[in-house]
Write a protein that binds this ligand. Structure first.
Ligand code: GLN
Length: 487
């Protein structure tokens, strides 16, 4: 059993079905790894009894011949999905000790597929951040170099997979939070089309952008998990897409001959560091060898995606976070005067600096007199950014480029510089604003031996195509299979 953590999701599921290993044994193995590597800070909550109870139930289903695809395979969830069996904090003191009375749809769906939950993963507070340093419960270390950030906001998720503390995990991506930490930690991650996975039970940050997705060691494993997570949820999420659940593994292995990969010139411009560029170019060469052709395209409003996103996301956040007032749930200040003072003390104590900053910006851009100048203007440009993609997809089938301008930075390096964090999101924000599916695929290594991610963006509902491009690349290269030393 020593090597269980090196198995793919598919291989582990097969071993479980063959009864070579039980779900309880698999859960114990990963729980022990989690404990041994607790210093990474990836987990915010574990509960051995709850995990083992789920594993026993999975073993009973296995014994009964249940063929659910993920039966007995351990998973861990970003601490932004509410769970009955584990506390949910969204990385915030505001929700410290909070326990949801229900499971989110995504958590329910993967449990139906048989996955066993190991616990909850660290993240930036309310998913606001790019380095996981905004968590109220401490940062996460990058398994490739403990002095560097794992990326964010799904930093705990990415670090857990890179360190093989879980074979697969969930994440959420509002402006890059699956793709960028996946790139920084050398794993594979996919954010599907907006609306593919239900937002029910996902602590809300910016509702028109928030999207759940899958992170794992390979495109093949991501396809398995994503298939279990997605599907319409019309009664509980009004923005859930009316698109049937799909088997995202169905196209894996398809030939790439004739595939046109669009390279936006704005993604390869000034600001992209030379080491990242070299690694991305290397991955693109491999795709060319597999039969793809590279075509130049333009996404002319790429730069505008930063101001547009950092107006729309805080605007929505300021509204979503108004529910944390000390009345219904979460933290309440111990000392206060009247009701208004209770709200103020509670929010002053419960929220961290970045969250407060966004609430203030969001309230400002929505306020009378500024709404037209900022919020409305941003919405208009958002539409144009989406249109630019449709224009680009006239001449290509998928779009490729870097995920981030640099490799993972040092812990502390940008923690007091919010704008530096925002600027690092430039390549992930456009697809988020357009609601398009995007993924990060390991593409070799850059400065300091740190992983680099290749970003692939597809048109709406083209997840299966993206996953196949990634899969073919992973069949031809071994970047995704490399492990950080000691893990
Ligand atoms: N880094 C971006 C932000 O801070 C994106 C976060 C996310 O996708 N949740 O908002």
């Amino acid at each position: 059993m020593a090597d269980l953590h090196h198995l793919s999701v598919a291989a582990l599921a097969a071993k479980l079905k063959a009864k070579d290993v039980s779900a309880v044994e698999a859960a114990q193995h990963f729980l022990a790894r989690g404990k041994a590597h607790a210093g990474l800070g990836a987990f915010l909550a574990t509960d051995e009894a709850a995990t083992l109870a789920q594993a026993k139930a999975a073993d009973a289903r296995l014994a009964a011949g249940d063929t659910a695809p993920l039966l007995g395979v351990p998973i861990a969830h970003k601490d932004i999905f509410v769970t009955r069996d584990f506390p949910t904090t969204a990385g915030s003191k505001m929700l410290s000790g909070y326990r949801s009375p229900f499971d989110s749809t995504v958590v329910n769906k993967v449990a139906d597929s048989g996955a066993v939950c190991l616990g909850k993963l660290n993240c930036d507070e309310f998913a606001m951040g790019s380095g996981n340093e905004n968590s109220a419960f401490g940062p996460v270390k990058n398994p490739w170099d403990a002095t560097r950030v794992p990326g964010g906001s799904s930093g705990g998720s990415a670090a857990a997979v890179a360190a093989r503390l879980a074979p697969m995990v969930t994440g959420t991506d509002t402006g890059g939070s699956i793709r960028q930490p996946a790139a920084f930690c050398g794993i594979t991650g996919i954010k599907p089309t907006y609306g593919r996975a239900s937002r029910y039970g996902m602590v809300a940050f910016a509702s028109s952008l928030d999207q759940a997705g899958a992170m794992a060691g390979s495109a093949e494993d991501c396809a398995l998990l994503l298939s279990a997570m997605c599907g319409p949820d019309p009664d509980r999420d009004s923005t859930s897409l009316d698109a049937p659940a799909e088997d995202f593994s169905r196209s894996l292995g398809a030939d790439l001959k004739g595939l046109r990969i669009g390279l936006p010139k704005e993604f390869f411009a000034e600001g992209l560091s030379a080491d990242v560029r070299a690694a991305v170019d290397g991955a693109l060469k491999e795709l060319e060898k597999l039969g793809a052709t590279l075509v130049p395209i333009s996404l002319p409003r790429t730069e505008l995606s930063i101001p547009v996103y950092y107006i729309i996301a805080p605007a929505e956040a300021s509204s979503n976070l108004s529910r944390f007032d000390g009345v219904k749930f979460g933290h309440r200040a111990a000392k206060y005067g009247d009701l208004r003072d209770m709200y103020e003390q509670t929010r002053a104590e419960g929220f961290g600096d970045e969250v407060k900053r966004r609430i203030m910006i969001g309230t400002y851009v929505l306020s009378h007199g500024y709404y037209d100048a900022y919020y409305l203007q941003a919405q208009k440009i958002r539409r144009m950014i989406a249109d630019d993609f449709q224009q680009a997809f006239q001449s290509c089938d998928v779009i490729a480029g870097p995920v981030a301008p640099t490799v993972a930075w040092k812990l502390g390096e940008k923690s007091n510089d919010p704008v530096a964090n925002y600027l690092a999101d430039i390549f992930t924000l456009p697809a988020s604003l357009a609601g398009l599916p995007g993924m990060s695929v390991p593409a070799g290594f850059g400065a300091g031996g740190m992983p680099v991610g290749l970003q692939l963006i597809g048109n709406y509902l083209q997840e299966a195509k993206l996953l196949n491009v990634a899969h073919r690349l992973q069949q031809a290269t071994d970047w995704h299979a490399r492990r950080p030393e000691g893990f």
